[in-house]
Design a protein around this ligand. Structure first.
Ligand code: IMP
Length: 426
């Protein structure tokens, strides 16, 4: 069984890191194939906590090699900061972390472009401000993109930036009006050549590296960043991220063909959360929502923004389970729902007078749907000490049964707290 993918089936922040952690020693290599430092996860090792955005969560495991694939966009200072953070905590990733020479590089002008676009009401998508969208735009536009491998060729990099930066300055002027921030190609080259020397030992032809790993029957785990509903093709466009966050991104974003991915674990929060703009049919914009946000600590890891929260939406999860090819689901943060007298699950939508159980992913359609709910009894008991399904109150078991029935997949894990031990392996 060479490849497993752990993918979120909602709008991100489903606690995928905990599932990777629970897979334990079951893999040799962990691979990221999409996104960049817009993701965020806190991992705790021996009481020391690390905040990672760019490196995969699996990087903390001894004897595991990590790959940042070609589909990822990399901000070099962030990469180095995370490597240093781990080193300070006693985790040396030199020799076990590899960065694709084809991954694309984020520059300060990408972040400035995003800042200017996000500051207009019409252009606002509620992004994380990490330069992700503008960098991917350059990637597919081809003319202005710079890949990690190019950082390692100083003369070439200086020349490239002399071509790219004046164009970006014109763009900033057009977007910013007044007195825009402009950039100096020589200064950026000097800064990035400094990063390049530190990054050089990590850089590899990662598809080749991964093909060798497959030939050696190594076990791979793919960490999807963000969530399926933020996928650039199948998510709630245009309120999505700029990469393929579904398992479909693996092939392109790492060079590992789909046939090697044998197990797809869909991670589902027992309710729903979303950061940034965009439609959210089951949103609870009220006191109950505030309570779930507090108990679930629903504040963005990257930006600190309060996350929007709402009821579980089985229409959305059935859609993403189908798109991702999930074999099973894991239900996370069930404990957050304790003490709520009645729980709702969205089972269908009303759209323009018709009832549908299929998810309309276009934002303009999704904005118009009205959720149809089923109400289930809640439970009062603290469930954080439950270790088997039979430890759960009957109402919690009934809630889980209904979720799995509506999604159409079995739950292999139920999480009842943030710690590794606070888990029910089904
Ligand atoms: P971007 O990826 O920074 O361009 O942001 C696009 C949208 O995706 C925004 O709504 C972000 O809040 C959201 N987003 C990006 N990364 C994550 C994540 O890791 N978790 C949850 N939402 C995310």
């Amino acid at each position: 069984m060479p490849g497993t993918c752990v993918v979120g089936l909602q709008w991100g922040d489903e606690a995928k890191g905990k599932i990777v952690d629970l897979l334990g020693d079951g893999f040799d290599l962990v691979v990221r194939y999409n996104g960049g430092a817009n993701a965020g996860h806190t991992v705790v090792v021996n009481g020391v906590s690390f905040k990672l955005s760019l490196l995969p969560t699996g990087v903390i495991r001894p004897d595991v090699q990590s790959v940042i694939g070609n589909g990822v966009v990399v901000y070099p200072p962030r990469f180095l900061e995370e490597v240093d953070q781990l080193a300070k905590g006693g985790i040396d990733v030199a020799g076990s972390l590899f960065l694709s020479d084809h991954a694309h590089v984020i520059f300060p002008y990408h972040m400035e472009e995003e800042r200017l676009l996000e500051s207009s009401a019409e252009g606002k998508l509620g992004t994380t401000g990490r330069g992700i969208g503008p960098c991917y735009q350059d990637k597919v536009g081809r003319r202005f993109a710079i890949r990690v491998g190019e950082l390692l060729r100083p003369d070439h990099l200086r020349e490239r930036l002399k071509f790219v930066v004046p164009f970006k300055n014109k763009l900033m002027t057009a977007l910013g009006g007044g007195a825009p921030k402009t950039f100096d190609p020589d200064a950026i080259a000097a800064e990035y050549l400094g990063y390049a020397e530190r990054i050089r030992p990590f850089v590899r032809d990662t598809p080749r590296f991964l093909h060798d790993a497959l030939a050696a029957n190594k076990r791979l785990i793919f960490e999807a960043a963000q969530g399926s509903l933020l996928d650039v093709d199948h998510g709630t466009y245009p309120y999505v991220t700029s990469s393929s966050s579904l398992p479909s991104g693996i092939w392109g974003g790492s060079g590992v063909p789909a046939k090697y991915v044998k197990r797809i674990i869909g991670v589902v929060k027992a309710y729903t959360s979303r950061v940034g703009q965009g439609p959210f049919p089951t949103e609870l914009d009220n006191e109950l929502g505030e309570r779930i946000r507090k108990i679930g600590r629903e504040y963005g890891t990257v930006t600190g923004r309060p996350r929007r929260v709402g009821w579980l939406d089985s229409v959305a999860v059935r859609y993403t389970a189908a798109l991702s090819g999930a074999d099973e689901i894991t239900v996370m943060l069930l404990d957050v729902l304790s003490g709520i007298p009645e729980l709702k699950i969205c089972t269908a939508y009303e759209l323009d007078g018709d009832r549908t159980t299929y998810f309309p992913s276009d934002a303009y359609l999704l904005e118009r749907v009205k959720p149809v709910y089923e109400t289930l009894p809640g439970w009062n008991d603290d469930i954080t000490a439950a270790r088997k399904l039979s430890d759960l109150p009957a109402a919690a078991r009934r809630y889980l049964d209904r979720v799995t029935e509506l999604v159409g997949l079995r739950a292999s894990v139920v999480s009842v707290g943030p710690d590794r031990e606070q888990t029910i392996m089904v």
